[in-house]
Design a protein around this ligand. Structure first.
Ligand code: AMP
Ligand code: ZN
Length: 664
């Protein structure tokens, strides 16, 4: 084997290992930057030396481009669906039927969560992923291999000592948190948001553009192995073998004896399912012994050895008392339903979201209507319909206001938005207060000592009209405000002082420009050096920035065209806030004679940028901590040995913000 080939193989192995650590074991042992560097090196070598092509190389995970259609292929073993039940009686009669066939009522069940996504069937042979099919009609499915390869927790190569050839079935899902994040990103880009994780997951695996699939945060949870070679005694053993082979098999299954254990599992997850990081629509009960499964066999549609217990949609009827119209930070008016309190899956629901004007108008709600309220997992309860038999009087239809409920300005609606807006951006109090609250919030300037309620109070007393007032607060008068003790004024003073060293990216995000969220501000900072540069950019050049759509570009331009906003920036500049990207400033010698060790993963800079920053300012980098080390620059995931060593030698540990402080 020559040097090139062995390097390619080595890179593939290292990257596969990092994927497995990160996606299956939740261990992050490498920075994004270093990971990308390895991947780039691999992609580069593979394109220069196509003779070493391997379709299961981890480089294929970034998406294999566009297909014009999916091929339909046959499953080796039929993919059955599951018989459903909603009640204990049906569960008992299923158990009775199985006991009769098996001639015993003494057997184990393996209870599992029923993941709510789209099913997939993976085929492995000799340690390689050969293909992935959708369930289709159970006999044939679509070949979606290129899409499934983009899911990093799906191993492309496995240890084949357990089984040579097998199908492994699973569910493609999106975690609730990833789903929210995905929608936040889409909102920033001005793209329509997705409705729920389930539909997004099943829609995503059927996209013809696998590069787009690679951008969707999909996961693949596995739940069963089918193969002629299976020698194992039980289904639960098979799940463990799947784990050993490197598959993502969530650890929620429980092996129980008899039906009481099954019922306990059902009840437990009925109560606790909202605490799961993903959505389930029920649980699956499987007879655990493979021999018993064989004896029970299949009907034309379902296995007789398994059944799904589905949770009832948590859907109840209650009375609508009124609708409030909330004004958000961006001026969007959102209708919120005030309900006759009702208990849904363990918590009292009094309010439900109606999301938007468009949605409210579809329902044409009246006071006293009986409405269906649904609470799905982690999501805020929502109204899904009206009981038409029990409607309020038609004279009580609730109208959408024409004027702002807070400042009475006439509302406006843009075609591209589902909501009405209050155009009185400057003086409508919830908007003005919301902007200040956003600016001090944890993810922006993180100013301690200025809580939401204090901001409201100070705003209404006239001490705090916009964010620049934060830096001219009259602390003596604040101390006099009832309930605001000296100590909290002290605290606030310190919080305000500290915020002056917050990096440019946090300041930019804190300004609250519409559609410029956290990730957009990161992308912008990558491209520009200072706020002045940003203020002078055209819509065209703004749109050229990665992830900045036309809508966001227009919003940025409009923000800076406003005279008041430009004044605001001037005032914030003279207050001493950071409006330039320090990492791109000129060379200094402020760090000469200092030696740094860098460790961990950083938020605002890549590790390479931190290294650069230190070096261009005269500092030295060392890889290990000694008595000569001046500072340990630490990000998250700092190794415990490095931490202990720094502490022992009395080496100060600083973060990336303090490093920039040190430079300036
Ligand atoms: P249904 O779609 O209602 O027929 O239910 C059958 C589907 O449930 C299967 O095709 C799987 O995609 C899905 N499912 C989710 N979790 C599991 C699990 N733990 N075991 C078996 N099937 C599951
Ligand atoms: Zn208003």
């Amino acid at each position: 084997m020559n040097e090139i080939e062995s390097r390619i193989l080595e890179l593939r192995e290292i990257i596969n290992k990092h994927n497995h650590n990160y996606y299956n074991l939740d261990k992050n042992l490498i920075s994004d930057f270093d990971y990308d560097k390895l991947l780039d090196e691999l992609i580069n070598l593979e394109s220069r030396y196509p003779e070493y092509f391997d379709e299961n190389s981890p480089s294929n995970r970034v998406g294999g481009g566009l297909s014009d259609k999916f091929n339909s292929e046959s499953h080796i073993y039929q993919m059955y669906s599951l018989d459903n039940t909603y009640s204990n009686e049906e569960l008992e009669s299923w158990y009775a039927r199985a006991s009769k066939i098996l001639d015993t009522d003494d057997f184990e069940f393996c209870c599992e969560l029923k993941y709510d996504g789209a099913s997939v069937n993976l085929l492995y042979e000799n340690g390689k992923l050969l293909r992935a099919l959708t369930r289709g009609d159970g006999t044939q499915g679509d070949n979606i291999t290129n899409n499934i390869k983009t899911i990093r927790s799906v191993p492309l190569n496995i240890d084949n000592s357990f089984l040579k050839k097998f199908e492994i079935r699973g569910e493609i899902i999106i975690l609730n948190d990833s789903f929210k994040q995905l929608n936040r990103k889409r909102e920033e880009l001005g793209e329509p948001i997705f409705k729920n994780p389930r539909n997004t997951a099943s829609g995503s695996i059927k996209l013809l553009d696998s590069n787009e699939v690679a951008r969707r945060p999909l996961q693949c949870f596995l739940y069963s192995i089918v193969s002629d070679e299976v020698k194992m005694k039980s289904h639960s053993e098979l799940l463990n073998i799947a784990r050993d082979m490197g598959f993502d098999v969530p650890k929620y299954e429980k092996v129980v004896d008899g039906l009481d254990g099954v019922k306990e599992y059902i009840n437990y997850w009925d109560k606790n399912r909202s605490s799961l990081p993903f959505e389930i629509d029920g649980i699956v009960i499987k007879v655990n012994y493979i021999d018993f499964q064989k004896k029970l066999g299949f009907t034309s549609k379902f296995p007789r050895w398994a059944i799904a217990y589905k949770y009832k949609a948590e859907n109840l009827v209650t009375k609508l008392n009124s609708i409030s119209f909330n004004v958000g930070r961006t001026g969007a008016i959102t209708p919120v339903a005030n309900l006759e309190p009702v208990l849904i899956s363990g918590s009292t629901v009094k309010r439900a979201s109606l999301h938007s004007f468009d949605q409210m108008m579809k329902l044409r709600l009246r006071v006293n209507d009986s409405v269906y309220v649904e609470k799905g997992g982690e999501i805020i309860p929502k109204i899904t319909g009206i009981d038409i038999e029990n409607r309020g009087s038609k004279y009580d239809e609730i109208k959408f206001p024409t004027n702002c409920p807070e400042c009475n300005s006439e509302l406006v609606k843009l075609d591209s938005e589902a909501n009405f807006f209050c155009p009185n951006v400057k003086d409508c109090s919830p908007q003005a207060i919301g902007r200040i609250q956003h600016f001090v919030s944890r993810k922006a300037m993180n100013i301690d000592g200025l809580g939401d309620e204090t901001i409201k109070l100070l705003y209404h007393k006239g001490y705090l009209k916009d964010i620049s007032d934060i830096f001219d607060l009259d602390y003596d008068s604040i101390s006099l405000i009832q309930g605001h003790a000296d100590k909290s004024a002290e605290n606030l003073k310190m919080g305000v002082e500290n915020s002056k060293s917050k990096p440019f990216q946090k300041v930019l995000y804190g300004l609250g420009i519409r559609y410029v969220g956290e990730s957009a501000s990161k992308k912008i900072i990558k491209k520009i050096k200072s706020i002045d540069e940003l203020m002078n950019m055209s819509i065209e050049s703004l749109s050229e920035i990665d992830e900045i759509g036309e809508k966001t570009a227009v919003s940025i331009k409009e923000f800076f065209q406003d005279e008041d906003n430009r004044d605001l920036i001037t005032r914030l500049k003279s207050a001493g806030l950071v409006f330039i990207d320090n990492s791109k400033t000129d060379i200094s010698s402020s760090l000469s004679n200092l030696t740094f060790v860098i460790s961990g993963v950083f938020e605002m800079h890549t590790r390479e940028e931190i290294k650069n920053l230190i070096e261009i300012n005269g500092g030295k980098i060392s890889t290990s901590i000694s008595s000569k080390t001046s500072y340990l620059v630490a990000g998250s995931n700092l190794g415990s040995t490095k931490y202990a060593k720094a502490n022992n030698l009395g080496v100060p540990i600083i973060n990336e913000v303090s490093l920039i402080d040190l430079i300036s």
